[in-house]
Design a protein around this ligand. Structure first.
Ligand SMILES: [Zn+2]
Length: 291
């Protein structure tokens, strides 16, 4: 589930997306959101489907999966798993969308086989998930709201903080840089294109974004000592090494030994399917009773 669309799919245990469906994410009421969600399941349901998983951009109650508060959706303290189990008669798993994407990158993507890693997604906002000692951290990992520049630009949406990673290294932040450099119509896409074509100003500003990202990663390294930091999301993937290389350099500067020499920042492997595949893995957890 996203703020603008609901992507659903039939996914097998290996992460292959066998069928997919895309619908609008209504911004009107909880009943409308629920109707759209149910329709996105109905569109794909057949006898092969053995469980349903949801990735929701929301804070969930730990242990129950109750949707407490969604950032860009009309969902307020709702038992989505209970609703779906009753309606569809299948095992149901619910997880925060960024956590689900991190689960997918760990199990089936860039983090395969590791036991401690951090996954960051740079899109409209900045999301993330943390795998610690061989288990996904299921709490509120609001990695996008780490402070990387005290007193910096204001954050987005309902966040009243300043200088958060999301305000400095999201696709939205890159859009603002693009407008500043190349005019009102420019977007992060243009910024990356110009940098790839060798524009020194564009390259410098993407390196600056990478520096902010690296500051956050360095702090995360000093907390969790991840073997790997995986960066995905629409903007993260488009910018690639233009942002990741300066991020790794900055992160190593901030990280304590031995991470100052060993920490790696790599691109995500599952692309825009990470959230979808992660939701499926959450469904299989519910089916197998492994949660
Ligand atoms: Zn914030």
């Amino acid at each position: 589930m996203g703020g603008t669309k609901i992507l659903s799919g039939v996914v097998d245990r290996e992460g292959n997306v066998l069928r997919r469906h895309e619908g609008e994410s209504p911004a009107t009421s909880e009943a409308d959101v629920l109707a759209a969600l149910d329709a996105s399941v109905d569109a794909l349901l057949d006898d092969r489907v053995s469980a349903i998983g949801y990735g929701v951009p929301a804070n969930l109650e730990r242990g129950t999966g109750r949707v407490l508060r969604a950032t860009n959706l009309h969902f307020d303290d709702f038992d989505l798993a209970g609703h779906a189990r009753a309606r569809f008669g299948l095992p149901v798993g619910v997880e925060n969308d960024a956590n689900a994407a991190a689960l997918a990158e760990w199990r089936l993507g860039a983090g395969r086989g590791l036991s401690t890693l951090v996954v960051l997604t740079l899109g409209t906002g900045v999301g993330g998930g943390i795998v610690l000692d061989g288990a996904l951290y299921r709490g509120w990992a609001e990695v996008g709201h780490l402070v990387v520049l005290a007193g910096g630009p204001p954050c987005q949406g309902a966040c009243h903080g300043r200088g958060h990673l999301e305000a400095l290294a999201s696709g939205t932040a890159a859009d603002a840089v693009a407008r500043e450099l190349f005019g009102a119509e420019a977007t992060a896409h243009v910024l990356v294109e110009r940098a790839q074509a060798g524009d020194a100003g564009a390259r410098a500003r993407l390196a600056e974004i990478g520096g902010y990202l690296g500051a956050a990663i360095g702090s995360l390294a000093n907390l969790f000592d991840p073997e790997l930091v995986v960066v995905g999301g629409g903007f993260g993937e488009a910018a690639g090494e233009l942002v990741l290389a300066p991020a790794e350099e900055a992160a190593r500067r901030e990280a304590l030994a031995p991470a100052d020499g060993t920490l790696r920042v790599v691109p995500a492997e599952l692309g825009s399917d990470a959230g979808l595949v992660g939701a499926a893995l959450v469904a299989f957890e519910a089916l197998d009773g492994t949660r």
